[in-house]
Write a protein that binds this ligand. Structure first.
Ligand code: FAD
Length: 511
């Protein structure tokens, strides 16, 4: 039971095996530069603890994985409700208001920012699992859009669309476990670097149940009628209403693909090349710049390349026409910017792709081997990018030396826009067992402070949750905060929905 509470896999069979962990240990020392620890055995939940309640009390941040693995979950939700329809959601909202309970919408529970974590107080807490409101309810093939229930997971969505030759073409790294409602609630981003990056771009209309009634926007390809109702629900993180369904814009399934890997002499030169590429008007679907040390971990560093170099995976795809010319045009821009095509490019590209999908499973193993492993991300304009990457890297390296006695931080660009990009940082460090959550909190505070100082956003796509509230509060305009709080008071007057997420919780005990 325990792995299903803390791990990424869908069955116990996905749990890391002792033999695999033993085999991985030397690799950790070799690639990360610090030794793995003896594999830890996940603990069983205390007798009588309901695993379903335990699972619904955890997201999937590093801290959540550690808490789940040790069966040390600070607070369990008191109840898991699985409404079958909107009437049951309305009844739950009313019952929660009447009893003073907090209600936390739960999609796939893959939040990495404390979005599904119970508030640390005495209120009863109910998890509202959208799992029964799942499936594709309707497809409008003419407009190429589908009405999708909130609890639909990524694979279920694609399975339903595939027979019609359609795809939502939205693939966050958490695709396997996260849900459409969760994507909308958190403004998730898929793995494509250019065009239609965020779920925002795919949403045609949203339907949500609130304490003030149903919030349903009209299906429109675009509209200039006032502030967008969809934009207000996008990123509301379960604090305003329970999203029950959304119309998503679809694509024909791509059949033409081409990709390659280039090497930049440094990460900064790679960044400059990506800027020139996206500003040239070319927008290949995949543009991932990965620093050499990070590429070495996933096997994506071409043979003979140095870890001081940076790897750029670039790929184009289309449902309608061959993309070789598009890729060739992109490669020309990148070559002119100082990048070179190494031998073994195809192999490196494939290694990067499979590493991307396996990463959440690999993380489970690293945690058992005593490795502190976490990521954080941001976005900034091109004029500030190099300085941000340098100052954040320095701040985190300093914090790691202080807190963990070593470790490393690496960077990749996950998304590229004509006016800026989204750097994504991976931290791997020796954890001190028993203190790793406090260790990460200290490193994360250094990272978040450095991001704010460098003018980045506290999150490009991981959302605000509980963990980012202070930085989000500093980032957003004060008048906007007033407006958001007023909306919350109006449509969630009892403050039932996800207290402490996005907005400070008026009932929270002082820290
Ligand atoms: C390994 C890993 C990789 C990840 N990769 C990505 C990535 O590539 N891109 C990305 O954007 N994110 C990524 N994430 C973060 C996470 O997967 C996203 O935030 C995702 O959108 C959450 O979806 P979920 O269904 O799991 O939502 P949950 O984690 O269940 O909930 C997230 C938040 O949304 C609220 N919520 C959920 N469903 C609803 C609903 N129906 N109505 C109202 N509120 C709701 C919850 O209350 C909570 O505040 C990753 C996480 C992990 C662990």
């Amino acid at each position: 039971v325990s792995y299903l509470v803390w791990g990424w896999g869908a069955t116990e069979a996905d749990a890391p095996k002792p033999a695999d962990l033993e085999a991985m240990a030397p690799y950790v020392a070799e690639v990360l530069g610090f030794p793995a620890q003896a594999p830890e055995l996940p603990r069983q939940l205390a007798t009588g603890t309901d695993p379903d309640r335990a699972r619904h009390s955890l997201g999937r941040s590093y801290g959540d994985v550690v808490r789940g693995m040790r069966a040390e979950i600070p607070r369990l939700v008191d109840r898991v409700a699985r409404p079958r329809d909107e009437a049951e959601i309305t009844a739950l909202l009313e019952a929660a208001a009447a009893t003073g309970a907090a209600l936390i919408p739960f999609g796939g529970g893959t939040s990495v920012v404390g979005g599904v974590t119970p508030p640390p107080d005495e209120r009863p807490v109910w998890s509202l699992d959208l799992g029964r409101l799942a499936g594709v309810a309707e497809v409008d093939a003419t407009s190429r859009a589908a009405r999708v229930m909130a609890g639909t997971t990524g694979p279920a969505l694609e399975d339903a669309l595939r027979p019609q030759g359609l795809t939502a073409r939205f693939f966050p790294q958490s695709f396997e476990r996260s849900t459409v409602g969760g994507w909308v609630a958190t403004r998730a981003a898929g793995h494509y670097a250019t065009r239609l990056q965020h779920i925002d771009d795919l949403v045609e209309s949203v339907r949500a149940v609130t304490s003030a009634g149903v919030w349903q926007s009209r299906r429109l390809p675009a509209s200039g009628a006032g502030p967008s109702p969809d934009r207000m629900l996008l990123g509301s993180e379960g604090t305003l209403g329970v999203i029950t369904e959304t119309w998503l814009r679809l694509q024909d399934r791509p059949v033409h693909r081409a990709s390659t890997v280039l090497l930049a002499p440094s990460f900064a030169v790679g960044c400059e090349a990506v800027r020139l590429l996206v500003q040239s008007g070319l927008a290949p679907a995949t543009v991932r710049l990965v620093d050499g040390r990070e590429a070495a971990v996933s096997g994506a560093l071409p043979a003979g390349a140095q870890t001081t170099e940076a790897v750029l995976v670039v790929g184009a795809e289309s449902a309608h026409a061959p993309v070789d010319a598009e890729l060739a045009a992109a490669v020309t821009v990148l070559r002119d910017a100082g990048l070179r095509e190494p031998d073994g490019a195809g192999e490196a590209g494939r290694a990067w792709g499979s590493g991307f999908t396996r990463a959440p499973y690999l993380r489970d193993s690293l945690v058992l081997l005593g490795v502190l492993t976490e990521t954080f991300e941001t976005a900034t304009t091109w004029d500030r990018l190099d300085a941000l990457v340098a100052s954040v890297t320095a701040a985190v390296e300093g914090a790691l030396a202080r807190v963990c006695g070593g470790g490393r931080v690496t960077c990749r660009l996950t998304h590229a826009y004509p006016d800026g990009a989204a750097p994504y940082f991976t931290v791997l460090a020796p954890a001190r067992r028993g203190s790793e959550i406090a260790q990460w909190a200290e490193v994360k505070a250094a990272a978040s402070g450095a991001l704010a100082d460098a003018g980045g956003t506290i999150t490009h796509h991981h959302a605000v949750g509980r963990d980012h509230v202070p930085w989000y509060a500093a980032q957003r305009p004060d008048v906007f905060a007033l407006a958001l709080a007023a909306v919350k008071r109006e449509i969630d007057p009892a403050g039932v929905l996800n207290p402490g997420v996005l907005l400070p919780d008026p009932l929270a005990p002082p820290r």
